[in-house]
Write a protein that binds this ligand. Structure first.
Ligand SMILES: CC(C)(COP(=O)(O)OP(=O)(O)OC[C@H]1O[C@@H](n2cnc3c(N)ncnc32)[C@H](O)[C@@H]1OP(=O)(O)O)[C@@H](O)C(=O)NCCC(=O)NCCS
Length: 171
């Protein structure tokens, strides 16, 4: 499977922030709040809420299979040197967590671990708004690139990233 991944990369310096900030503005106008796990507080309850959101959204990833247990998820996502709650963007509709865009810090690049929007909220530009909001983290890290990879059948995720300017990469 590994050699079939679609590997994508975005150049932080040339990202068209001005254009994509409109998605952030539109989300806010529609009552969707964008924040980070750092600002919400990186508590056990919030980690569990992130897990539940990630689990629900991951069910729509082609060939994803059974999702991690909470303990496995915590080991892979939180107990790693590249984890930083400032890189975990959350979209809230009132008190409900409806979207996430989680990015980890790898020095010269940041890595998009997972982007997901609950099914009832898709198609409104929320993923692009979250990822645009998250570009601030890439800059804070001093990263020159944002990297991600997807299953080749994950058309919506690949299109979302290409829409933002991600291009094919060989990392
Ligand atoms: C991928 C996902 C995050 C997109 O979220 P979204 O908020 O609905 O996406 P947006 O409304 O911001 O759309 C952004 C762009 O993505 C593309 N896109 C989104 N949904 C699409 C679909 N069903 N088919 C094709 N392209 C799609 C489009 O290019 C769209 O831009 P446009 O409307 O200007 O054409 C969402 O479908 C999801 O949660 N999927 C399941 C989890 C997943 O696969 N995550 C990626 C793996 S990390």
């Amino acid at each position: 499977m590994a050699d079939r991944w679609v590997r994508l990369e975005l150049d932080v310096a040339t990202f068209d922030a001005q254009h994509f900030e409109k998605y952030v503005t539109r989300c806010r106008a529609e009552g969707i709040r964008l924040t980070t796990l750092a600002d919400l507080r990186d508590t056990p309850e919030h980690r569990r809420a992130l897990y539940e959101l990630n689990k629900e959204c991951s069910a729509d990833i082609p060939e994803r299979g059974e999702f991690y247990s909470f303990d496995e998820y915590a080991e892979r996502r939180f107990a790693i040197a590249s984890y930083d709650p400032r890189g975990v963007v959350i979209a809230l509709d009132g008190e409900a967590w409806i979207g996430m865009a989680a990015t980890s810090n790898h020095g010269d690049f940041v890595f998009n671990e997972m982007t997901g929007v609950r099914a009832g909220h898709r198609g409104r530009g929320i993923s692009i708004a979250m990822k645009t909001f998250g570009m601030g983290f890439a800059k804070e890290c001093g990263a020159s690139k944002v990297r991600t990879f997807h299953h080749p059948a994950n058309a919506s995720a690949i299109a979302m990233n290409r829409r933002m300017g991600f291009v094919d990469a060989t990392f």
